[in-house]
Design a protein around this ligand. Structure first.
Ligand SMILES: *[C@@H]1O[C@H](CO)[C@@H](O)[C@H](O)[C@H]1NC(C)=O
Ligand SMILES: *[C@@H]1O[C@H](CO)[C@@H](O)[C@H](O)[C@H]1NC(C)=O
Ligand SMILES: *[C@@H]1O[C@H](CO)[C@@H](O)[C@H](O)[C@H]1NC(C)=O
Ligand SMILES: *[C@@H]1O[C@H](CO)[C@@H](O)[C@H](O)[C@H]1NC(C)=O
Ligand SMILES: *[C@@H]1O[C@H](CO)[C@@H](O)[C@H](O)[C@H]1NC(C)=O
Ligand SMILES: *[C@@H]1O[C@H](CO)[C@@H](O)[C@H](O)[C@H]1NC(C)=O
Ligand SMILES: *[C@@H]1O[C@H](CO)[C@@H](O)[C@H](O)[C@H]1NC(C)=O
Length: 341
């Protein structure tokens, strides 16, 4: 009796082709770090999870996983993968989680993302850290057409190296998703730390006295910790003193985007006025790629004239701190930060 109990509650472990097969609620094949030349083809056909991380494959050939139609999780991170053939994932109709992180994939190649056609039920897709070889100043294209059938996608992890361009169709998709899937959709951008980064900062934030606590406690936390942006705020990243304005000028010159958090007292502080001025310059020298205005607890009509001189291509997001729509504002900001570059 006791023995039976032990057997039914224990996780069963066997080995196949040196992969560790763990039979519990899910059947998992753990082949991580094992020296293999090809994707193993004679593991049990009903495995749910296959971990092939840290094995060198270079190319994932067509129909590499067609034996494993039950797979829900596939890990191919850190595999030196340079290309994935168009039909590599054929048959993986049940796949929900796929990691291709930390490889050398160029997803901007003509058919790079059409591998997604075969995994329509994917929920979590990780493409991060694939830019080691890529030109970090160049564009990395995410064609919308490749994503439009992924109805269940919740987490998409991509690099923010260089400039991710979400194809034109993608823009509409995001807007559509925001309405339909708004509550559970997460869009996560991973920014790699690298000395080769062209910009020191992804975002420079300009704010007045009234915006201080919201910027430092809420916005910076969201941008830095949750979305992985490198952020520059005067009260943290600029040392005060004689050369404050000079430092601000340099930092702004090295920022990819700027967010003006406009409160009713915005222009009563000296820095914002200077920052507006520098923004115009950075805009005309094309170093600054995106200007976003957050109207914090004020109406769009109440934004100062000075800012309106930057107007023509500026996005304004109305943000009311105590509103229940704060998630919508967050989502809007996230979309703007990712789409405009
Ligand atoms: C799996 O296939 C390889 C060659 O393809 C063979 O060497 C190995 O013995 C097979 N393993 C099992 C457990 O059948
Ligand atoms: C893989 O499949 C694609 C699409 O069917 C095909 O164009 C390509 O030639 C195949 N690759 C190989 C090596 O057969
Ligand atoms: C990414 O891959 C490199 C080798 O290609 C490895 O040294 C590094 O540890 C990997 N990083 C992670 C987070 O796995
Ligand atoms: C999406 O990512 C978040 C944050 O890393 C994680 O907590 C969540 O489990 C992921 N969702 C899915 C479906 O993988
Ligand atoms: C990636 O592919 C695109 C399109 O083929 C090409 O223009 C670009 O140079 C490639 N980037 C790298 C780093 O290979
Ligand atoms: C800005 O300053 C804060 C606090 O000192 C620090 O945690 C953060 O890493 C700095 N940001 C950058 C991009 O250097
Ligand atoms: C910012 O860059 C522009 C153009 O490269 C340059 O003319 C200007 O002096 C720079 N400003 C500062 C404060 O470094």
């Amino acid at each position: 009796m006791l023995l039976l109990l032990l057997f039914t509650t224990c996780v069963h472990v066997v080995y196949c082709q040196r992969c560790k097969i763990i039979i519990g609620r899910l059947k998992k094949a753990d082949c991580r770090k094992i020296h293999l030349k090809k994707i193993p083809q004679n593991l049990s056909e009903d495995i749910d999870v296959l971990d092939l991380g840290e094995i060198s494959f270079v190319t994932i050939l067509n129909e590499s996983f067609s034996h494993y139609s039950n797979l829900k999780v596939l890990k191919l991170d850190t595999c030196n993968i340079e290309s994935v053939e168009a039909e590599a994932f054929k048959g993986l109709w049940k796949l929900e989680i796929l990691s291709l992180a930390n490889n050398s994939l160029n997803i901007s190649t003509n058919d790079g993302l059409f591998i997604l056609r075969n995994i329509p039920n994917i929920i979590d897709l990780d493409f991060s850290s694939n830019m080691e070889l890529a030109d970090k100043t160049g564009h990395l294209l995410y064609p919308g057409a490749a994503f439009q059938h992924l109805k269940k996608l919740q987490n998409l992890t991509i690099d923010l190296y260089g400039c991710p361009v979400l194809g034109h169709e993608f823009k509409n998709l995001l807007l559509k998703w925001r309405i339909i899937f708004f509550c559970y959709r997460k869009f996560r951008g991973i920014v790699e730390n690298s000395l080769k980064l062209n910009y020191d900062y992804n975002v420079f934030i300009s704010y007045g006295y009234d915006g201080y606590s919201w910027v430092l406690e809420t916005l910076v936390e969201q941008l830095e910790t949750k979305w992985g942006f490198r952020v520059c705020v005067e009260d943290k990243n600029i040392t005060s003193g004689r050369s404050t304005f000079k430092q601000i000028g340099i930092a702004l010159n090295r920022s990819r985007q700027i967010i003006f958090v406009v409160t009713s007292d915005f222009l009563s502080k000296l820095c914002p006025a200077y920052e507006i001025d520098r923004t115009k310059e950075a805009r005309s020298s094309r170093s600054l790629q995106n200007i976003i205005v957050i109207a914090l607890d004020i109406n769009i009509e109440d934004i100062p004239q000075e800012l309106q001189s930057l107007w023509s291509d500026v996005v304004v997001i109305e943000w009311h701190r105590h509103s229940i729509d704060v998630n919508l504002a967050l989502d809007n900001l996230k979309t703007r930060l990712l789409l405009n570059c």
